[in-house]
Each structure stands twice: as C-alpha cells, then as structure tokens.
Design a protein around this ligand. Structure first.
Ligand code: MTE
Ligand code: MO
Length: 253
C-alpha cells in the first residue's frame, strides 16, 4: 500500500504521544487498514500501535542475516515430532505423498509435492529463530520464497492475509501473516536446514520461516496455505492458534 508522507507523520506522531495517542493511532490505523486482527482485546490498542508503527516505518526492512560461522552448533528443537499416525505414515514413506496445497483467494488453486517445491529457485538465509520464551538459535534455512508460490497461484487484489496450517492431525496448528510479510523476500517455505533435509524435529518436511517475527509464526509440518481477505473464518477469528493462546498476532522483532 502507499501511504503519503503526511499520513505517515500523522501516525508516527500519534505513536510517540503515549497512552493518550493510542486511541488516535487506533483510529488512524483503522482508517488505513493497519489494525491487526487482535486489535479488540485489552492489549488491543498496544497491538495496533506496534503493528501500525512497524508497518508504516519499516515495512521493507530485512531480518538480520549472519555469516555461516555463527550457525548454532546445538539448535534447540522446541517440541516433539508429531506422534499422530497420519504423520508417522508420511514419515515412514519418506514424505513422498506430502503436499502443499494453495487455495482461497487465488486465481489458480495449486498443489505441490516436495519435489515440485525443490524444483523452484532456491532461497537461502542464515537467520535467527527467536522464541517468545527467550531462547534462540541461528541456522541456515533453504527453501522457496513464499512469494514465488503465491505468484504461481495468482493472489487476488482483495487479498490481505495468508493463513498457513500443518497437516490436519491432533497437533494441528495454524497462523497467518499479512500480504506484505508474505511477499517479503525473506519469508520462506523451508525444506532444508544447515545443508541437510529439514529434520522432523525442526518441522520437516516443510515449515514456514518468517524471520522478521517470533518463532511461533514459523509453523512446522506445513501442508496448506489459504489466501484470504479476512481472518474471521479461521479458528476463533484471529487467524492464529498462537493468538488464541494469548500471544500477539503480529510478532515483529
Ligand atoms: N507445528 C508446530 N509448529 C511450531 C510449533 C509447534 O508447537 N507446532 N512451535 C512454534 C514455536 S513456539 C517456536 S519458538 C518454533 C520453534 O522452532 P524449532 O523447533 O525449530 O526450535 O516453532 C514454532 N512452530
Ligand atoms: Mo516459541
């Protein structure tokens, strides 16, 4: 989106005006479509403040990339591999039947195998995964830019978010990002880590990597993308299971 300098200054001024400015920021943000979907709760105005300020002032900024010597020797996988039978069957089969489905507000709903995804231009990044609980690690991720896949499917102009979910299973989870984050060159559908296939513990065969936001936005065991203009129909309406647990929908770092 384009925001004139005048409007930008308006929101920036509101965001530095303290608590009294929150309401103003909220109104301006609503006017320019900069309200995150969790804007309604008690933390709502604060969430809007962060999201609107980040989006207006640094929409194109890059997550820090590190030299390879900085790759963590002992990266920490948070959580166990899914025990669900459906997942174990895929794993036993070398994930040959694993697909990524792309649907919703796209011109061409598509379905990709892992081989399809690996055939696209490869993106690599050495970035940090930072968990909201305070720990982090640095790794090299390889994969295909989410924007590449979205462009193949053709995102409709009304689209505002991309919702992404694991395989349907007991440990199902989902989250979402706005179109600006989805088209950002560092937002990756990742199938490789530190020069190897992405290990199951780290989300293999496929995970989302959103290096400009906290770890919980980097959903593991990815199998579906849905492009949408509203998050209302997804779960409890926040478009994010993490937000349902009380974490901020926008988790910019
Ligand atoms: N499917 C799935 N994806 C997930 C999670 C999860 O529990 N299930 N945890 C998230 C959280 S809170 C963090 S911090 C990162 C951890 O990534 P790691 O396992 O590579 O350390 O994965 C995220 N993706
Ligand atoms: Mo996390």
């Amino acid at each position: 989106m384009r925001v004139s300098r005048r409007k930008l200054i308006g929101v920036a001024a509101a965001t530095t005006a303290g608590v009294a400015g929150l309401a103003v920021a909220d109104r301006l943000a609503a006017k320019y479509g900069l309200q995150p979907p969790d804007a309604g709760g008690i933390y709502g105005p604060g969430a809007t403040l962060t999201y609107a300020a980040q989006r207006l002032l640094s929409a194109g900024s890059m997550a820090r990339e590190f030299p390879r010597q900085k790759i963590s020797r002992m990266p920490y996988p948070n959580g166990k591999a899914p025990q669900d039978e459906v997942f174990q069957t895929h794993a036993g089969n070398g994930f040959k039947e694993w697909n990524l489905e792309v649907g919703g507000m796209v011109l061409r709903p598509l379905k990709f195998s892992l081989a399809d995804l690996k055939g696209f231009p490869v993106s690599e990044q050495v970035t940090q995964l930072a968990c909201e609980e305070g720990w982090s690690y640095i790794a090299e991720w390889s994969g295909v830019a989410l924007s590449h896949v979205l462009n193949l499917a053709g995102v409709m102009p009304e689209a505002r978010y991309v919702v992404y979910a694991t395989l349907p299973m007991k440990s199902f989870t989902f989250d979402s990002i706005d179109i600006a984050e989805a088209l950002h060159p560092q937002t990756l559908i990742s199938y490789g880590m530190n020069g190897q296939e992405l290990p199951i513990a780290f989300g293999g065969p496929l995970r989302m990597r959103v290096p400009r936001q906290l770890g919980y936005k980097s959903v593991k065991y990815l199998s579906r993308l849905t492009v949408t203009d509203s998050l209302k129909g997804f779960g409890k309406g926040l478009g994010s299971m993490d937000a349902e647990y009380g974490y901020s929908w926008y988790a910019g770092i």
